[in-house]
Design a protein around this ligand. Structure first.
Ligand SMILES: C[S@@+](CC[C@H](N)C(=O)[O-])C[C@H]1O[C@@H](n2cnc3c(N)ncnc32)[C@H](O)[C@@H]1O
Length: 233
């Protein structure tokens, strides 16, 4: 069922079954305006998320962070400003990465890869972040991706994500029409209901340790591993 919501959303995809080629095409148009649209100065939403992220980083003494689907690197740069130096962002779109490299390339490390296909031989990170990324992963692929994430040597998992709107009781594919540059694009994305997403992530071996509702659409989830590996050992 498609649930149509009559308001602007704050992230996008026009993925058909997680096809990265489509994603790359889409982000070609999105990348030029992305930061301007979502990360303009003084947004209350971003200020609140930044505070939640900062408190978490200090409280759990996080020193190294891997962001999957890092886009233009906005959140990694926030961490750099907090003093963290072991930071890596992975993204499949060369367009998003080139914006990130232009802005922060002197001190942030970026890697281009299709996260659904990579085998994650990446070393150890205190934290993995997925910000506005899981909603680009279709319902058939999310469980495999979560298992992959769990297999990375890392204790904490931090997620910023749009959650379902009031009109949608369950996780939904939502399709909207958006304008990026001079392109009008029909955009579908996978919105996970908070309870369902938590259950999926806990099923692979994490435990939810913090849940912060930033506003009516955006949630920050923080998980910690219950086990060291995905065999429950
Ligand atoms: C909505 S943006 C979020 C960017 C950033 N995390 C942020 O919070 O601003 C989603 C990003 O996920 C990337 N992405 C989507 N599917 C991917 C995949 N399979 N492999 C790698 N990157 C992917 C897109 O290229 C895009 O840059």
């Amino acid at each position: 069922m498609i649930c149509t919501v009559n308001k602007e959303i704050s992230f996008v995809s026009n993925l058909q079954r997680g096809d990265l080629m489509e994603q790359i095409q889409l982000y070609k148009y999105v990348s030029k305006e992305y930061d301007e649209r979502y990360y303009f100065n003084g947004s209350e939403e971003n200020t609140d998320i930044e505070k939640t992220l900062t408190d978490f980083i200090y409280k759990y003494e996080i020193r190294s962070v891997l962001e999957l689907g890092c886009g233009t690197g906005y959140w990694l740069n926030i961490l750099y400003k907090l003093g963290l130096r072991n930071l890596l962002g992975i993204d499949g779109s060369k367009y998003m990465l080139s914006v990130g490299k232009q802005k922060y390339g002197k001190y942030l490390k970026f890697l281009k890869a299709n996260i659904l296909k990579s085998d994650f031989k990446l070393g150890k990170y205190d934290l993995i972040m997925c910000n506005y990324f899981l909603s680009l992963i279709n319902f058939d692929e999310i469980d495999n991706l979560l298992m992959k994430i769990f297999s990375i040597d890392s204790e904490y998992f931090f997620i910023i994500e749009n959650t379902t709107f009031d009109e949608c009781i369950n996780s939904q594919t939502i399709t909207l029409t958006e304008k990026w540059g001079n392109k009008i694009i029909d955009i579908s994305y996978f919105v996970y209901r908070a309870g369902e997403l938590i259950k999926k992530i806990e099923n692979v071996g994490y435990k939810l340790i913090e849940f912060t509702s930033i506003n009516e659409d955006v949630v920050v989830y923080i998980f910690k591993k219950r086990f060291k590996n995905n065999k429950g050992e």
